[in-house]
Every structure is written in C-alpha cells, then in structure tokens.
Design a binder for this molecule. Structure first.
Ligand code: NDP
Ligand SMILES: O=C(O)C1=N[C@H](C(=O)O)C[C@H](O)C1
Length: 254
C-alpha cells in the first residue's frame, strides 16, 4: 500500500482527490493537512501541519497554496519523502527551491495533471516551429471564480514551451490595458478569464493574415487532475531522486 498524505485535503482539489484515492486498492490515505477543518467524516486524521503527523508516509500529494511550499519541502527533505506538487502560483525563487530539493528526493511537479494538456504540450512545439513566422501567438485561459492565481500555471507552461521552442525570443504581455502602441512580433499575449465553476480551459491562438488556427483544451471536470496526480504518485514512489514532470510518466509504464 502506498501511504499517502494529501496536502490541502479540504480544498476543492483535496476533496476530489480524497474521493478518488478511496477507490484505489494500492493506495491508502494516512493523513490530510489543511488550515481549515471541515466538518466531514474522514477515515484518517487531519492536521494543520505536516510535522504533527508522526507515522510512516510514502508520498505527499500537494494541491494547496504557494505559502505552504517551504513547510512541504523542509518536511520532505527531513524524512526523504517523495513529492507530487500540483499547486500553482509559485515565485521563481520557490521554483528554484523545488529544483534544489529534487537533488535529494524525487519530486514530480506539474501545473496541469490532465492527460489532454500533457498531450497538447507534446504537439505544441512542433506546430510552433511551423507557424511562428506568419502567425501571432496569444493564450487565453479560463477558470472558476475561486482561483487565487493568474495567469494559470498551465498558461505559463504553454507559453514557456512556445518560448523555449523559439530560442526564448518572446516576451510575455499580460492583458493589454494601457497599451498605446501596436502589437510587436516578439510578444506572446496571455489573458485570464475568471467566472463560475469553469474547471479549466486553455486556448492557444495562432492569428495570421486572414486566417486563425486554435489549439484548445477544455477540462470538463476537476477529476482529470486528481487522476493524473494519482498516476504521478505511483510513478514518484518508485523514482530515484530528481525532478520529473508528467512527460516522464508517459515515457514509463505506470
Ligand atoms: N496541477 C494541476 O493539475 C492542478 C492544480 N491546481 C492547483 O492546486 C491548488 C489548489 O486548488 P484548489 O483545491 O482549487 O484550491 P482551494 O483554494 O480550494 O484549496 C487550496 C487550499 O489552500 C488553502 N488556501 C487558499 N488560499 C490560501 C491563502 N491565501 N493562504 C493560505 N492558504 C490558502 C485553502 O484553504 P481555505 O479553504 O481555508 O481557503 C485550501 O486548504 C491551486 O494552486 C490550483 O491552481 C488545481 C487543479 C489542478
Ligand atoms: O486552479 C485550478 O482550478 C487549476 N489550476 C491549474 C493551473 O493553474 O493551470 C490547472 C488547471 O487549469 C486547474
């Protein structure tokens, strides 16, 4: 049994992950961590901090808030616990901390655990190579009205893949308010919509002269993210120390 701690267990994703993990025969939730204590029945203890948990743990799955990263990393380094990090909105310094910790423990980070987005990332760089010269690239992301970070982690992921493919020649423009000049060739526009219960939609627009190509991924529920995180947990408990992404899972047999 893979002994699992859910970090952010009472958040929206934590609750969905809890439900799905209860059906997984090879996984057992040994504790949940959250700042709020929901009045729901759980088969395991819930704590405010990882350090309150004294039992064994094989993996921590984190769907929480960037403010908890330091605690998660410190605890995982102390105990040598593999990590699946799904939280978004980290600073550059926090990303450096994740990368540094991965020199000692296995860490899988992905700003989007869904199968669809990870397939999209595979084809994106191929398309960008062909279209870049004649098409302007803009990204639109849409999410529910409870999301705390903008743009989404996935929008950054997609923009970074495009930019890396083009030799980091692009700069990111967030919205265009206050702009009094024409769009420049070296821009990737990134735009955020927030409303209702949208589980996540990402569109990459390639706008050319008199024609438009769009690549779009729509999440129809949050379940897809929990399913991806479970796959990631199965993968990371067997991995050696290092930094991994969902792409590494597709190249494995998990
Ligand atoms: N990688 C992926 O595939 C996915 C990643 N995510 C990411 O996972 C994270 C969690 O998402 P979701 O469950 O929807 O978010 P929620 O806000 O529902 O839950 C997140 C947890 O963090 C706490 N939290 C929220 N805001 C703050 C804050 N300002 N300071 C401290 N704690 C806070 C919440 O506590 P409280 O309930 O008390 O506010 C809750 O415990 C987000 O970063 C989201 O972007 C989400 C879906 C998929
Ligand atoms: O907060 C969410 O809901 C989501 N967050 C991730 C992101 O920021 O990209 C992944 C997904 O889009 C849902």
């Amino acid at each position: 049994m893979i002994k699992t701690i859910i970090y952010g267990v009472n958040g929206k994703m934590g609750q969905i992950l809890n439900k799905q993990l209860l059906n997984e025969k090879d996984m057992e939730i040994v504790a949940g961590i959250d700042r709020s204590m929901l009045d729901v029945k759980r088969t395991y203890p819930i704590y405010n901090s990882l350090y309150e948990y004294k039992g064994e743990v094989d993996v921590i799955i984190d769907f929480s808030h960037p403010s908890y990263l330091e605690q998660i990393i410190d605890y995982s380094l102390d105990r040598r616990v593999p990590l699946v990090i799904a939280t978004t909105g980290f600073s550059e310094e926090q990303f450096r901390k994740i990368k540094m910790a991965s020199e000692y423990i296995p860490i899988l980070y992905s700003s989007n655990m869904s199968l669809g987005i990870n397939i999209l990332t595979r084809i994106l760089s191929q398309i960008v190579k062909i279209l870049n010269r004649d098409f302007d690239i803009e990204i639109i992301e849409k999410h529910h009205n409870k999301k705390t970070d903008a743009p989404s982690g996935t929008a950054y992921l997609l923009a970074d893949i495009i930019n890396e493919t083009l030799g980091n020649s692009k700069r990111y423009i967030y919205g265009r308010e206050g702009n009094n000049s024409k769009r420049e060739n070296n821009e990737i526009g990134i735009h955020s919509i927030r409303g209702g219960t949208i589980p996540g939609e990402h569109t990459i627009i390639f706008a050319g002269s008199d024609e438009i190509i769009e690549l779009k991924h729509t999440a129809l529920s949050k379940k897809i993210y929990a399913q991806g995180a479970i796959k990631a947990a199965r993968f990371i408990v067997k991995a050696k120390k290092g930094f991994y992404t969902m792409d590494d899972i597709f190249n494995s047999n998990v």
